[in-house]
Write a protein of this length. Structure first.
Length: 94
């Protein structure tokens, strides 16, 4: 499809400069930018309704009842770096 668009001189200058700096033809850059704009507007905005948020949480929690109950101490900074605190490295040095 071919369309004709009237651009302000400053917009045209910016497009020409961007195309030149990226080493692509002006038409290719304009097509890509238009495609990105159309695609971005069709993506979710990131705003969820309360119901969608609760559905998302339910989906994340699905199957969590099978996880073991661990004491709070299991999630301390020290427990994550236990091997390093004991003078050992978990990843061998080269």
């Amino acid at each position: 499809m071919t369309i004709k668009v009237e651009l302000k001189p400053e917009t045209e200058a910016r497009l020409v400069e961007q195309a030149r700096s990226q080493g692509v033809p002006l038409e290719q850059l304009a097509e890509r930018l238009l495609h990105e704009a159309v695609t971005a507007s069709s993506l979710p905005s990131g705003a969820l309704t309360v119901e969608e948020f609760h559905d998302m949480l339910e989906g994340m929690a699905e199957g969590s009842e099978k996880l073991p109950n661990l004491p709070t101490e299991s999630f301390s900074r020290e427990s994550f770096y236990e091997d390093r605190l004991n003078g050992r490295d978990s990843v061998p040095r080269r």
